[in-house]
Design a protein around this ligand. Structure first.
Ligand code: ATP
Length: 234
């Protein structure tokens, strides 16, 4: 479904991604693990087109998307939950969801998708008229995921769902993502919390200072003592 080949991304002179190749197949749940500053967010932004790769290819369902602007990438089925949630603070929950459906013309489709979000996250329904900025971190995370689903993506990119959340909320968010994956949504999730990510994802890549140093099934990565020492902190 998604294929990155030999991607190099720079910020000015400084290289953030070094020859990255990643593949995510239809229906998979893949995680990319790395420490602070490893380049995880840069991978997500490069896939969305928010940052331009200087070389390499990115394809989505066989289509070369490297020259598409971010909104076209969203329109062809790539959803994005950015780091730090980034909900619209001055809009209500429901207005945030409508913003997520910005390119949908049919109001019935929008209404149906909002209802689906409320089924997935009953908390959002209870708080649909509340300003997003007054929601808790966990609720904002739910809103960011629900907003990303409004365009009915085929692939969902998730940037550090665990950031700033209490462990119980991280577990809750991850269980919802797992449920979405079981229902057929393909997931690519970057995480610092390797332990939790490897429990839900099927495969993982390890990113270190812009380079992929290893990739394997989650089970093998969990059982790899070197990885556990370096990334799971155990
Ligand atoms: P974190 O977990 O802390 O968010 P990350 O793995 O997501 O880290 P990135 O945010 O992708 O890492 O950053 C990778 C490298 O690129 C870092 O060295 C960072 O300082 C640098 N970088 C990121 N954004 C910019 C930018 N806009 N301008 C210059 N350098 C940047």
């Amino acid at each position: 479904m998604l294929k990155l080949e030999n991607i190099n991304t720079f910020y000015g002179q400084s290289q953030a991604l070094d020859n990255i190749s990643i593949e995510v197949k239809d229906g998979e749940f893949v995680t990319i693990l790395g420490a602070n500053g490893a380049g995880k967010s840069t991978i997500m932004k490069t896939i969305m087109g928010l940052v331009k790769a200087s070389s390499g290819t990115i394809s989505f369902n066989g289509q070369d998307i490297a020259s598409l602007p971010p909104w076209e990438r969203a329109n062809i089925g790539i959803g994005y939950v950015p780091e730090g949630r980034r909900v619209f603070p001055e809009l209500t929950v429901e207005e945030n969801l409508k913003m997520g459906a910005y390119s949908v013309k049919d109001s019935k489709v929008i209404a149906t998708n909002i209802e689906k979000s409320y089924e997935l996250f009953p908390r959002l329904k209870e708080r649909k008229s509340q300003l997003a900025k007054t929601m808790s971190g966990g609720e904002q995370q739910m809103l960011a995921i629900a907003r990303a689903l409004m365009l009915s993506p085929k692939l969902l990119l998730i940037d550090e769902i665990s950031m700033g959340l209490m462990p119980i909320l991280v577990n809750h968010s991850l269980s919802i993502v797992k449920k979405l994956n079981s229902a057929g949504l393909t997931i690519l999730m970057v995480e610092q919390n390797a332990n939790k990510a490897l429990k839900v994802a099927g495969r993982g890549y390890i990113l270190k200072t812009g380079k992929i140093i290893m990739h394997d099934t989650s089970e093998n990565l969990r059982n790899n003592t070197e990885v556990i020492k370096a990334y799971l902190g155990e």
